[in-house]
Design a binder for this molecule. Structure first.
Ligand code: FMN
Length: 278
């Protein structure tokens, strides 16, 4: 039987659907439904021209008020990449990927333009920070979709923000420019896997936000996901604090992960880089 779009949606969410059951599983919709993060890459190089094309695609993403508050740093210098990789030894794909980029929110240009055009800028608030962060995320996602369309695989790396001061100094980021994530890019060495998403009964709402049965829905998702890929005992996090769980699902994993402070200094970093965050 030829696969249909409905099969891909079923696989993505782990629940039956009739949606898309008349559409063949092909073309851009199928690629998006089957997308996955890739952390292992073949030796094949990603040449400069292709990278430039993909970055042009990334920068074609829509942009809040046309402010275009994203910048991309291509990290080609082996020593620079090795240093970034050395900060995050648990993610060897940072140094192994054929190409590595850093996507940044960039609020600096509009401030330079305000000075050039002798205008006040009474908007140095959290909303402006968020606009730049969203723009950079959209550029990274547009880049990723373009890369996947030509057979490449990517892995975003927000872990670079765990060394954000050192990284900013290394990349000589000026004030009002902050990294949102790195991105490993290369031709996949493995097929990878489609990771199951939360049910749309939790993530999609009609006319008003639905809050009913959220605990039950999360619990059921944990079980569905575990049936497909159970997390091995060795990969259970924070065993010292929480012991070994008999059932270790997505919510146990994510809550263990976020039961300790992560990057608590981020606001201080942003303020030191010139964001007033009013
Ligand atoms: C903003 C962002 C930051 C991420 N940071 C990392 C990271 O630091 N290291 C890593 O290995 N994967 C990272 N990922 C990949 C996620 O772990 C991955 O997207 C998630 O597990 C879902 O899997 P999927 O993309 O295959 O559906 C990141 C993804 C996003 C969107």
């Amino acid at each position: 039987m030829n696969k249909k779009i409905s099969d891909l949606i079923e696989y993505r969410f782990g629940a039956p659907t009739r949606v898309g059951n008349q559409m063949p599983a092909e073309g851009p919709l199928a690629s998006i439904l089957e997308r996955r993060t890739h952390r292992q890459y073949s030796e094949q190089k990603v040449d400069d021209e292709l990278l430039e094309i993909l970055i042009a695609c990334g920068l074609s993403a829509s942009s809040k008020s046309d402010l275009q508050q994203a910048s991309v740093i291509i990290v080609d210098d082996p020593a620079t990449r090795a240093l970034i990789g050395s900060w995050i030894p648990s993610m060897p794909w940072i140094t192994q990927a054929p190409r590595f980029l850093v996507f940044c929110g960039d609020h600096s240009r509009i401030r330079i333009a305000a000075e050039m055009r002798n205008k006040p800028f009474p908007n140095d608030n959290v909303d402006q920070f968020m606009n730049a962060a969203v723009d950079a995320g959209l550029v990274m996602q547009a880049f990723t979709m373009a890369a996947e369309s030509v057979g490449l695989g990517c892995c975003p790396i927000s872990e670079i923000r765990s060394n954000i001061e050192a990284l900013s100094a290394l990349l000589e980021l000026p004030d009002l420019v902050f990294p949102i994530a790195g991105l490993c890019v290369g031709y996949p060495a493995r097929e990878g896997f489609v990771s199951m998403r939360l049910p749309q009964s939790l993530t999609v709402h009609h006319n008003r936000y639905e809050t009913s049965d959220r605990e039950e829905k999360i619990d059921a998702y944990d079980r569905r996901r575990d049936e497909r890929f159970s997390i091995p005992e060795a990969n259970q996090r924070n065993k010292k604090e929480y012991g070994i769980a008999d059932f270790y699902g997505w919510s146990e994993d994510k809550t263990r992960q976020y039961s300790t402070p992560h990057r608590a200094g981020f606001l201080a970093y942003l303020k030191a880089r010139g964001f007033a965050m009013l």
